[in-house]
Every structure is written in C-alpha cells, then in structure tokens.
Design a protein around this ligand. Structure first.
Ligand code: APR
Length: 256
C-alpha cells in the first residue's frame, strides 16, 4: 500500500502491522537527523553533503592518504555543525520504544542523546564522536571533544595516523555489529525504514534481507525511492512528523 490511499489510511495500515508484530527493529539514515539540522548526503537540496563535497576526496582511504589534513579538517567542520544539535521528535519517539533495536547508518549519537540505550544502537557506519587508529591491527580508539576536536595526529599506541572512527567508502563495516544487524533482520516481523536513500551497500541490503525472511517493511521518507519501492506501507512524511503518531501507545521490541 503506497500512494494509492490517504496518509491516514496508510498510517492505520502501518499501525495494524505493528500491532501484530512481536519483533520490530528500525533501520535509519540521515533523514532521521535532518530535522535536528544535520545535512543529509543526497537530498535534492544545496546543503546535501555530496552536492557540495566529493565523497571520494573526503570519505575514502584514498582521499585520506592523498590529503589527510583536508579530511581531518572536513570532519572537524562536520563535528562543529553537530555541536549543540538536539534530538528531534523522531529520535524521541524511537527512544520511547526502549526494547527496540536501532540499526543506523548515522554517525551522530542523537538516538543515544534521546535516551536509547547505547547497546541498542548498532552504528553500521561508525561514530563521528570518536577517532580511531588508521591501522586496523592497532584499533586504538578515543572519544573526541567535538567542540575542540584534535587535528591531524599520530596514534599514541602505534604511531600510525588517527582518523575519524567512521566507515569510509570501500572500507568494511564493523564486523560484529554488521553480523548482529544481519542476524536481527533475518528474524523480524517488521522493519521500520526511516530516512535513508537505501543506495549504499551492504547496509541497504538489510531491507531485502528482512523481506526475504518474512518481515513486513514500513518506510518513512519525504521522497519516494529504493526503500519505498520495497515497502508494504510507505509514509511520505517527515520522520519527526509521523513517527510520534505511528508509535504512540506501542511497546515494541526486537527480541523474540
Ligand atoms: N524525514 C524523513 N526522510 C527524510 C527527511 C525527513 N525529515 N529528510 C530527508 N529524508 C530522506 C531523503 O528523502 C533520503 O531518502 O532521507 C534520505 C537521506 O538519504 P541520504 O542522504 O542518501 O542518506 P543515507 O541514506 O543515510 O546515506 C547512506 O551514504 O554517504 C554514505 O555513509 C554515508 O551513512 C551514509 C550512507
């Protein structure tokens, strides 16, 4: 059920699915944090990060090797944009579902700031609040002060370069987190897909994986796209606008 009925009817259909679902999880992207003021990557607006910057120059190992200072400066600019940003009504609605697991591509910690227990947030693409050693054998990791982030520096443990603890294009997802996310999506009754263009793999593959294992899919996105094409119900509204009413009165969980 996508565009072929009113939003109220689709909202009712989505709530109907949730009322029959024992195991529910959320899979989110940059659209979840858009109404907190953080730029998305591919929105058709001039602020979208990949409209303004070259992802390979700034979010890849090649870019870091070519010009580490430029990459560190760009992430510290993003960290500056994040300072003082607050969770929005969508984060708070999700935090109201304490038993639900949040699989997110977002590197911000707005779900945790809204009250989601850190162990119930699976950050598939890492964290902008941390630096890690570029040497994947060393794995030294530090939380950074995003108001005064460190510049280009050596790892205190092995001397290689420190870099933001985010997953760059061409890098593998954190193995244990990725395995847990896949295992979870193979045992769901419903997957809430919130604010993602569903174009970056392997993360985007979770939607098809959930469907293949019998899960229903509810998509919340202001634009139709790859995710809404796979939806049982597509809610073409902003996350902050629709999640509070979608989840109102439920106590959803992800564990069987
Ligand atoms: N409410 C709901 N959806 C929204 C909102 C909103 N307020 N604002 C934007 N969106 C939707 C857009 O329509 C789009 O479908 O959020 C999605 C954002 O898509 P992208 O910008 O591609 O972000 P994302 O899907 O998270 O990107 C995935 O790509 O660059 C990498 O590592 C980066 O994790 C990121 C990954």
């Amino acid at each position: 059920m996508r565009f072929d009925s009113s939003l109220d009817a689709r909202l009712q259909a989505a709530r109907e699915i949730l009322s029959r679902s024992r195991r529910v999880a959320a899979f989110s992207g940059a659209g979840l944090s858009a109404e907190s003021g953080l730029a998305t990557f591919r929105d058709p607006d001039p602020d979208a990060l990949w409209s303004r910057f070259d992802p390979i120059e700034l979010a890849s190992v090649e870019g870091f090797d070519a010009n580490p200072q430029r990459v560190i400066d760009w992430y510290n600019w993003r960290r500056g944009n994040y300072a003082g940003v607050q969770p929005n009504a969508a984060h708070r609605a999700l935090a109201g579902q304490q038993r639900m697991i949040q699989i997110t591509q977002n590197v911000d910690h707005l779900l945790e700031q809204a009250g989601v227990a850190p162990e119930r947030v699976y950050h598939l693409h890492g964290s902008i609040l941390h630096d890690r050693c570029h040497n994947s054998v060393c794995e030294h990791r530090e939380r950074v002060d995003i108001e005064k982030p460190p510049g280009l520096r050596a790892c205190p443990r092995c001397g290689d370069r420190m870099r933001p603890a985010v997953v760059w294009f061409g890098e593998s997802l954190p193995q244990e987190t990725w395995t847990r996310a896949q295992r979870l999506c193979m045992a769901l009754d419903c997957l809430l897909v919130i604010g993602t263009s569903a174009t970056v793999y392997p993360a985007a593959g979770l939607i098809a994986l959930a469907r293949q294992h019998g899960s229903r899919v509810i998509v919340i996105d202001i634009n139709a796209g790859a995710a809404s094409d796979a939806a049982d119900v597509y809610l073409d509204r902003s996350a902050a606008d629709v999640l509070p009413s979608l989840l109102d009165g439920f106590d959803l969980g992800s564990d069987s």
